[in-house]
Design a protein around this ligand. Sequence first.
Ligand SMILES: [Zn+2]
Length: 250
Amino acid sequence: MLSNPYVLDILIKNFNQIINQNAHDTDLMFDYRHASQAKLHPVLKNKPDSLWFQLYVDEIGLTNPIGVKKDTQKVTMLYFQLADLPDTVNSMFFESIVQDLNTLQTSGIFIPALRTQLNFAFTVLAGDNLGSNDIGGFQKNLNNGQFCRYCHINYDQRLIPLSQISHPHRTIDRHDNLVQQVINLNTDFILQGVLDVSPFSKLIGVCSQILLAMIKEASTKRILSYGEIEERLMSFKYGLNDKPNKGPAV
Ligand SMILES: [Zn+2]
């Protein structure tokens, strides 16, 4: 990433801007560097111009969240972020991720030790409700408006049983149309739950409807009815942080 001259340029500009801000207002803290803690940091106190990075750890469950062994199949994800990069660079991260993943799918990778080409296909993007809305370009709050990624239900209608009301499903054409309108408007205005184009819009091959398809199949085969799924969703014990962002009804 840092071999890209554009990224390097905005990194240095952003870094200098933060330093200059503090030079003008020495009593204000603009980032960690200006804190008294930073003066004690074993690396920063000797090299104050170091770029700093942050790590973030979270666990994600990979199996059916309403199943019995939901807590046994978890993967710990470790993320790192170069904190001196401005937010505008985030979209560039996604661009290179999408590019790499697409190359992996179209060209594969040659493994010298095996003397063979391995091919890959991307299928599922797992995330919580908020993360999925975010990566899909949908509104980032789930407590008003058309908060559902799958249909046009309004928040005020969420408690009305599906037997009394139906909500138009989101379709690819309709969604693309909304995205285009949002781009044309060029403001932060949310249009029917759509905030922006998804940074993954050019990624080949996500099966976005896979969970819904599984639920439908389970219902058709009378393994589990919608009512029973609903019941389990309702009695699901959310963690403290997820409580305000409960998932929509099936
Ligand atoms: Zn919905």
